[in-house]
Design a protein around this ligand. Structure first.
Ligand code: HEM
Length: 479
């Protein structure tokens, strides 16, 4: 009896081990060089155990086979192909997009009614439809009408700093408060005052959304579990907060015949769709979540770079002082500020990898090899590693904005992705970050908050987006 039990247990363990290792011969069979996986973790042990983030792990994989156009690895049991060759990357993201349409992460709206409607997680016709609505709301003209709200928040920020000269600010928290205020005003028409009010409810909710709890960690590695088990990534309390906010704003505007030229109003005015309240909540939250956190991350690195490189800051200030008026148009025509922006986002891209799913067998050439992509192959574009590859960017760890002065469209710069799925919020992001930073530089000298002037390293795995290992503190001084 006991022997039977032991034999059954051995058989179960044996079957489990076989199942866990089943795919590990995948890349060998396909003749593609790959990184040897370990059981259970595949090549993601450091991510799963929280010792580093996906960007750094992806860079280690990238560096294993110099000269290879693509490398296989395993996300736990899942085989993934990392593309290194720029022609292959362009084919997958742009020219052969119809065969690589979907992100390799998706979540259904049954599992999460908010994120399940975010274009990033949508597939097929639903993605096309949602993308169209968002793109129409991000034209230069629509953004121009939002600029007055960005200016209001910028004025509040400048006045707030004038009263807090010499105070030390943590750059991520400071930038997060600025972008929370900008995005809530442009999206919901709500004045949130996160800078002046330390305990602003909006700020608390915005932090909560992206805290790297067990849900986000698991989702990054195995997104399908969430759709299968119908687990929402955004908890019910946050969903209800934003649902009620949107409902109150819509009713208030309708009952009082008020209008405002913000994103919510565009959705209310949209006659073709007649959006439900949940659809409006999801659309506004797409803009809010994707818009405030990514921009806050990049703005904080940019402020810190200006603080530790005073010569670069002076050059930005000279450029700004030569412009008569800083407005929507001029803020986008400051070549040196643009180069500093691009160089910051090269070194510190908020999204460290892109992913795609092959939806149709496709043959592509990369380097001197031919690759047979099979339906359902998962693909990774290693943004962080490409941005730090000396072949694309000589002396990659040095902060050198000049490399982008006459070369803003470098093919290896993928901060906002590329092709039909590229970030449609990039123009809004650039507008809010550059406006905020330009006015700070124009009015104040930005200094590091401590004696430390080293560039931040980024192994941190505690947040969904890239974040520094050390506190990046800054302070402001009158000019
Ligand atoms: C500096 C700030 C930002 C960065 C670094 C950033 C980065 C990215 C990246 C890397 C992607 C994936 C692109 C791809 O797969 O090819 C993306 C997609 C996306 N971004 Fe952004 N983003 C920023 C700001 C914004 C803003 C302000 C919004 C909202 C208005 C936004 C909304 C989105 C959405 C909805 C997608 C999914 C697009 C799709 O799959 O069709 N992002 N972003």
């Amino acid at each position: 009896m006991l022997l039977d039990g032991v034999l059954i247990l051995i058989a179960i363990i044996g079957a489990l081990v076989m199942w866990l290792r089943w795919n590990y011969g995948y890349w060998k069979k396909r003749g593609i060089p790959y990184v040897e996986p370990t059981i259970i973790f595949g090549n993601m042990k450091e991510v799963i155990t929280g010792s580093t983030n996906i960007g750094v792990v992806s860079q280690k994989i990238y560096n294993q086979y110099p000269g290879e156009p693509a490398i296989g690895f395993f996300n736990m049991r899942q085989p993934v192909l990392q593309l290194k060759d720029l022609d292959l990357i362009k084919a997958v993201l742009v020219t052969e997009f119809s065969n690589f349409r979907e992100n390799a992460m998706s979540i259904t709206k049954q599992a999460d009614p908010i994120l399940g409607r975010n274009p990033f997680f949508l597939t097929g016709d639903e993605w096309k439809e949602a993308r169209k609505t968002h793109t129409l709301n991000h034209t230069a003209n629509k953004l121009k009408t939002l600029f007055k709200y960005i200016e209001e928040v910028k004025d509040d920020m400048v006045n707030y700093i004038k009263k807090n000269i010499g105070r030390k600010f943590e750059a991520q928290d400071f930038s997060g408060r600025f972008t929370t205020d900008v995005v809530s005003s442009c999206v919901f028409g709500v004045k949130t005052c996160s800078l002046a009010e330390e305990d602003s409810e909006f700020r608390k909710k915005s932090i909560e959304i992206l805290q790297m709890g067990w849900k986000w960690s698991l989702f990054m590695i195995s997104p399908s579990i969430f759709s299968i088990l119908r687990i929402p990534l955004i908890n019910k309390g946050i969903q209800d907060f934003f649902y009620n906010l949107v409902k109150d704003m819509v009713e208030m505007r309708k009952n009082n015949k008020l209008t405002r030229s913000d994103f919510l109003q565009n959705l209310i005015n949209e006659k073709e769709h007649n959006f439900t309240m949940m659809e409006m909540t999801a659309q506004t939250m797409t803009f809010f979540i994707d818009g405030y956190a990514t921009s806050a991350t990049e703005m904080s690195f940019l402020l810190y770079m200006l603080a530790i490189y005073p010569d670069i800051q002076d050059r930005v200030r000279n450029e700004i002082n030569n412009v008569e008026k800083l407005d929507f148009d001029t803020v986008h025509h400051l070549p040196y500020l643009d180069a500093v922006f691009n160089e910051t986002l090269r070194l510190y891209p908020a999204g460290v990898v892109l992913s795609r799913l092959c939806n149709q067998d496709t043959t592509l050439k990369g380097g001197n090899k031919t690759f047979e992509f099979k339906k359902n192959d998962r693909i990774e574009i290693p943004v962080f590693a490409l941005h730090r590859d000396p072949e694309h960017f000589p002396e990659p760890l040095k902060f050198k904005p000049e490399r982008f002065l006459n070369n803003a469209n470098h093919p290896a710069l993928l901060t906002f992705g590329a092709g039909p799925r590229a970030c449609f919020g990039s123009r809004f992001a650039k507008t809010q970050i550059k406006t905020g930073v330009a006015y700070l530089v124009k009015n104040f000298r930005i200094l590091p908050g401590t004696e430390d002037r080293s560039m931040p390293t980024v192994n941190n795995s505690k947040t969904v987006l890239l974040s520094p290992d050390k506190e990046m503190s800054v302070k402001f001084e009158n000019l």
